[in-house]
Design a protein around this ligand. Structure first.
Ligand SMILES: Cc1cc2nc3c(=O)[nH]c(=O)nc-3n(C[C@H](O)[C@H](O)[C@H](O)COP(=O)(O)O)c2cc1C
Length: 322
C-alpha cells in the first residue's frame, strides 16, 4: 500500500512508522537498520551514549542501510535548581534508600558524584558533524541556534510535546515535525512545561489537540502497538506513528532477558507510572523498586537516573544468573 502524508514526505520514508528511540539498552543499530530497510524510520537512541559511541553507531548504521534514519538526544534539564548540584541532603537520603538494594545485588556503596548525564554539547556536535537525515529530541527546546545548525546541514528536526503549550513553543522554535507523546507512552514522559502529572493526556485526546494547534506535521506516540493503532493515529490527524514498546521484543532489540520475560507475562494492568525510579515521570512494567520507592523524596532526573542505573543493570544480571 502507498502512504501519503506530509510527515512521510518530510522524513523520506515509505511506511508511516517510526521506531522510537529506546534508550538504556533496547535500541540497537540492527533494530534501527531493520526498520529503515522495511520502509519505516529507525532511530538511534543517543541520549545515554558518549559522543564517541554515538558517532560509531551512526557510522555502523550507515553501513547497514542507505535509507533515512534518526538520531535522538535528551535536551539538558533547565538549570533550576542546578542539576549539576543536587540538594546534598536529598542526595544523601537517596543513597541511603538505595544502599540495601545495592547490597542485595552485590554492588559497593555509591559514592559517585556528577556529571550526572552525558555531555549534550559533545553529543550534539557529533549529530551536526555527521549530517544525519533526521534528528529527534525530547525534554525541552533545542538550546541556542540548534535548529538552525541542523537545518544548515540538511537535517530534518523533530521535537517532542506532551501538551499543547509545548507543541506551540516547539513549532515557534522552527522544528519541522512534532512528536505528540500521549500518556500511554512507555519510558520517560518528556514534559517540560508545567507538571508532568498534569500532562498525562491520552494519545487519542492529545494528537487532535496538537494537530489543531500547529502547522507542522505531527507524529503520534503512546500505546500504538499494531496496524490498527497506526490507522487510528492517521485518522486523528497524525502523519505517522512513533512506536516504542511494540519493537522491544524484536530479535534485533537489545532488550534484556528479564525485561523480555516481564513484558511477555505482563498484561494491561501490570504497567504503572513512577517518578521516583529515575526522578522523572516514566511508565513501565511494575517492579519491586517502583513499588518500594513510591512516595520517597528523591533528587530530580538525571541525578536519580544515574543513581539507579547500575542497580537496575545489576539486578537484571542477577536475574539472568539465578
Ligand atoms: C524502554 C524505552 C526507552 C525509551 N527511550 C527514549 C529515548 O531515549 N528518547 C526518547 O525521546 N523517547 C524514549 N522513549 C519514549 C518513546 O520515544 C515513545 O514516546 C514511546 O515508546 C511511545 O509509547 P509506546 O512505548 O507505547 O509505543 C522510550 C520508551 C521506552 C519504552
Amino acid at each position: 500500500m502507498m502512504w501519503s502524508t506530509a510527515a512521510i514526505s518530510r522524513l523520506g520514508i515509505r511506511v508511516p512508522v517510526i521506531q522510537a528511540p529506546l534508550g538504556g539498552g533496547p535500541s540497537t543499530v540492527e533494530l534501527a537498520a531493520a526498520v529503515c530497510n522495511a520502509g519505516g524510520l529507525g532511530t538511534i537512541a543517543g541520549g545515554y551514549l558518549t559522543a564517541a559511541t554515538l558517532r560509531e553507531q551512526i557510522r555502523a548504521l550507515r553501513k547497514l542501510t542507505d535509507r533515512p534514519f534518526a538520531v535522538n538526544l535528551f535536551v539538558p534539564e533547565p538549570a533550576e535548581p542546578d542539576p549539576a548540584e543536587p540538594d546534598p541532603a536529598v542526595l544523601d537520603g537517596a543513597r541511603q534508600l538505595l544502599s540495601r538494594y545495592r547490597e542485595e545485588v552485590g554492588l559497593p556503596p555509591d559514592r559517585r558524584s556528577g556529571p550526572w548525564a552525558e555531555d549534550f554539547d559533545e553529543q550534539f556536535g557529533v549529530v551536526v558533524d555527521e549530517r544525519i537525515p533526521v534528528f529527534s529530541f525530547t525534554f525541552g527546546l533545542l538550546p541556542g541556534d540548534g535548529v538552525d545548525r541542523l537545518h544548515g546541514v540538511g537535517t530534518v528536526v523533530m521535537g517532542t510535546a506532551t501538551n499543547v503549550r509545548e507543541a506551540t513553543a516547539l513549532a515557534s522554535s522552527g522544528v519541522d515535525l512534532l512528536c505528540a507523546q500521549g500518556a500511554e507512552a512507555g519510558g520517560h514522559h518528556g514534559t517540560w512545561i508545567g507538571s508532568a502529572r498534569d500532562s498525562v493526556i491520552g494519545t487519542m485526546a492529545l494528537v487532535p489537540l496538537v494537530c489543531d494547534a500547529v502547522a507542522v506535521p505531527v507524529v503520534a506516540a503512546g500505546g500504538i502497538m499494531d496496524g490498527r493503532g497506526v490507522a487510528a493515529a492517521l485518522c486523528l490527524g497524525a502523519g505517522a506513528a512513533q512506536m516504542g514498546t511494540a519493537f522491544m521484543l524484536c530479535p534485533e532489540a537489545g532488550t534484556r532477558v528479564p525485561h523480555r520475560r516481564a513484558m511477555t507475562s505482563a498484561d494491561e494492568t501490570s504497567v504503572a507510572l513512577t517518578s521516583t525510579v529515575t526522578g522523572k515521570l516514566a511508565r513501565g512494567v511494575r517492579n519491586r523498586l517502583m513499588t518500594e520507592l513510591e512516595g520517597a523524596t528523591v533528587p530530580p532526573y538525571p541525578v536519580m537516573n544515574r543513581l539507579t542505573s547500575d542497580l537496575r543493570k545489576a539486578s537484571a544480571d542477577r536475574t539472568i544468573r539465578n
